[in-house]
Design a protein around this ligand. Structure first.
Ligand code: 5U1
Length: 675
């Protein structure tokens, strides 16, 4: 079919426009049109190319989708070898490098182009007459693999150079990498699909780029920074490296961010420090910075040795990953009872510090990585993040190792360890007794919405626990005034006040008491519901799973936590002591639902209450037998209106339904023992 000239023109126009927007988006990171508009242009071009297949060219922006798989990669000889870099590990190394450069050139000062050093894979891209014709890995520097089909899927690599004035042949060198955000998302997907996650972004980038099936590469979030050139024919490049990179950017290639020209060794070192402090904020991993003599004429005079140029050096950051051995696996109990396995390691210098422990996160992580005592592991410490074991080097596993299992009993107090269904974290169930949880448990117990012990703040709890005066919450009721007065920042008057507050807290409600126990997943609202439902502590403590799950809002997870809590002898002992020491509440015999004071009544909540959340209000009403509905109808008995009520308020007025404000609502709760 003959292609009408206006179609040819439109196709050329669309390609130009799409390439330009790709450039704004990927190279300059300044998109100029919304994604939807870009998609529309792309769809129009795709439709025209479908209609006139003879118009499809390899550099068309539609031609990025992965091509068919290959059996093996072909080889590519690098006409100009892809050199590697000498490393500098200290300031002294950098000064030595600069001194050598000055001596060889017989100069006193040198300008360097300074760039971040990406931790990815070096590649070479070849453009002929502006069209991408080849992509190759570095290989041994002289011969690499032909990965043309794969690099074509990377959106930040232009299939055609921008503008008209470009070399007949241009080889661009750069680093393909995986952004950290993309790496994290990819690993989430890997785990969800039951695949092994990648150990680090570099491995993920390498694995993605060296795929025989480019369709897989196309799905991976790869990108590139271009930092140099190889063969250049038919074009006079500018005289400085920095200007060469700016020229590459003009042609649509992505060049490193944070490029600078600096002077002498001191300029280099200041750049290094600036990049080191920026490192954690970048969306890609860098393992150091590179300094290159900026003037190309000087580079040529310096030449190279073996495989590395004399005019450049990589100043490395301390490694973020190292190998070491697992000496033991301990289990730590956190302040809230969470059990975390921790690997004790042969000391290793990583990420700038000596690391002896690394978190193993949780049981599933250990199982997935299969970390065992005796294993050689990769330890990672990036930025301020706590060190972690990334992977096991299975080839180095000694004979006789055994898989790790989480303990069944808490290493701090011996209580049962519970791991609720669907949760990754295993927890100690001895909340009232466990020394690891002591401070938190006491602070929660004394808090305003729990036992409301006025004056017993966090600092005092810390002192009481640290001095060994309080081991569990029952000990609070055995403190005498003299002991309290002996604490730091406590006078006789405040000790007397605190003692009085402790005494006062003895008179409470079952709901508050239940909440104060700190049972996992039992917040204020659930405590209210449980108190209303069971009426007495004894009934709740003897409830089985079915009885617990019959309570509104109590599902299998909450039921499991309640059962585990009351199963612990230590917890029961503390509760018994509390009651013996005088903690009490009005015992309401559990009423059948139909006998509850608000049974058969329908309430609707609207607006914001200042004294409780909507969930709490709902739970309290339900504990009194009311039904709480989301909308107002003729069958609604009462609407509770907080501040800024919504349309439900208007509807209630329209239908003549009773409306009460917060103070009347609180009075209603108080009348029925739910204050
Ligand atoms: N940023 C940057 N990385 N990097 C790696 N520049 C750079 N230059 C390199 C290498 C291997 O080599 C040239 C200096 C030859």
């Amino acid at each position: 079919m003959k292609v009408p000239p206006e179609i040819q023109r439109r196709v050329a126009e669309l390609r130009e426009e799409i390439n330009t927007h790709n450039y704004y988006y990927y190279v300059l990171a300044e998109p100029r049109i919304p994604d939807a508009e870009f998609d529309r242009l792309m769809r129009e071009l795709q439709a025209l190319e479908r209609q006139y297949p003879q118009l499809v060219t390899p550099d068309s922006p539609t031609q990025r989708v992965g091509a068919a798989p290959v059996e093996a990669f072909g080889t590519v000889r690098h006409e100009i070898p892809m050199l590697s870099l000498e490393n500098a590990f200290s300031e002294a190394d950098v000064r030595d490098f600069h001194r050598r450069v000055c001596e060889r050139l017989s100069v006193n000062h040198v300008d360097y182009a300074a760039e971040p050093k990406l931790d990815g894979l070096a590649v070479s891209l070849r453009y002929e007459d502006g069209v991408l014709v080849q992509g190759a890995t570095r290989g041994d520097g002289y011969t690499g693999e032909d990965i043309t089909r794969n690099v074509r899927t990377i959106h930040t690599i232009p299939l055609r150079l921008r503008g008209r004035a470009y070399p007949r042949v241009l080889e661009v060198r750069g680093e393909v990498y995986m952004p950290l955000s993309g790496f994290r998302a990819l690993n989430r997907t890997q785990v969800e699909q039951g695949e092994k996650p990648f150990v680090n972004p570099r491995n993920a980038a390498a694995g993605s780029l060296r795929q025989l099936d480019p369709r897989i590469t196309a799905q991976r979030p790869l990108s590139i920074f271009c930092y140099g050139v190889g063969v250049v024919e038919g074009f006079r490049l500018p005289g400085r490296h920095y200007e060469v990179l700016l020229q590459l950017r003009e042609w649509g290639l992505r060049i490193p961010e944070h490029l600078e020209v600096v002077r002498d060794a001191e300029g280099c070192l200041a750049y290094y420090r600036a990049m080191a402090s920026r490192r954690d904020a970048l969306d890609y991993e860098i393992d150091g910075v590179v300094y290159k003599v900026d003037r190309l004429a000087l580079q040529a005079r310096l030449g190279h040795v073996a495989r590395a140029p004399r005019w450049a050096v990589a100043h490395k950051f301390p490694a973020q990953e190292e190998l070491t051995r697992v000496l033991d696996i301990d289990v730590q109990v956190g302040r809230t009872g969470a059990l975390t396995p921790v690997a004790r390691l042969e000391p290793v210098f990583v990420g700038g510090v000596t690391v002896t422990n690394a978190t193993l996160h949780n049981e599933d992580e250990i199982r997935r990585k299969d970390v065992r005592v005796g294993d050689t592991v990769i330890v990672r410490r990036a930025g301020d993040v706590i060190p972690e074991v990334v992977a096991v080097v299975k080839e180095r596993r000694p004979p006789g190792t055994r898989p790790f299992h989480m303990p069944k009993r808490c290493p701090a107090c011996g209580s049962e360890v519970v791991r609720a269904e669907g949760e990754a974290i295993a927890r100690c169930s001895g909340g009232l007794f466990c020394p690891a949880q002591r401070k938190e448990a006491i602070k929660h117990f004394a808090s305003r919405r729990a036992m409301d012990i006025e004056g017993l703040g966090d600092k005092l709890v810390d002192q009481l626990v640290e001095k060994g005066l309080v081991k569990d919450v029952a000990d609070l009721y055995e403190l005498d005034e003299a002991t309290l007065a002996g604490l730091e920042r406590m006078g006789e008057k405040s000790a007397a006040n605190l003692k009085a507050a402790i005494e006062k807290s003895k008179h409470t409600t079952l709901a508050r008491f239940l909440y104060a126990l700190g049972i996992r997943e039992v917040g204020e609202a659930t405590a209210q519901t449980l108190a209303g439902h069971f009426g007495t502590l004894e009934k709740l403590m003897s409830a089985d799973e079915a009885a617990l799950q019959a309570v509104p809002d109590v599902g299998p997870v909450v039921a499991a936590h309640i059962l585990a809590f009351f199963r612990q002898r230590h917890n029961r002992d503390v509760i018994r002591r509390l009651r013996r020491l005088g903690v009490h509440w009005e015992e309401a015999a559990s009423l059948p639902r139909e006998d509850l004071p608000l049974a058969g009544k329908t309430f609707v909540l609207t607006g914001t209450l200042s004294s409780m959340t909507r969930d709490e209000a709902k739970a309290r009403l339900q504990a009194l037998g009311a039904r709480v509905s989301g909308s107002v109808s003729r069958r609604t008995d009462c609407v509770v209106a907080g501040a800024d009520p919504g349309s439900k308020y208007d509807k209630a007025r329209e239908l003549g339904v009773e409306i009460i404000d917060e103070s009347r609502f609180l009075a209603l709760l108080a009348r029925h023992g739910q204050a």
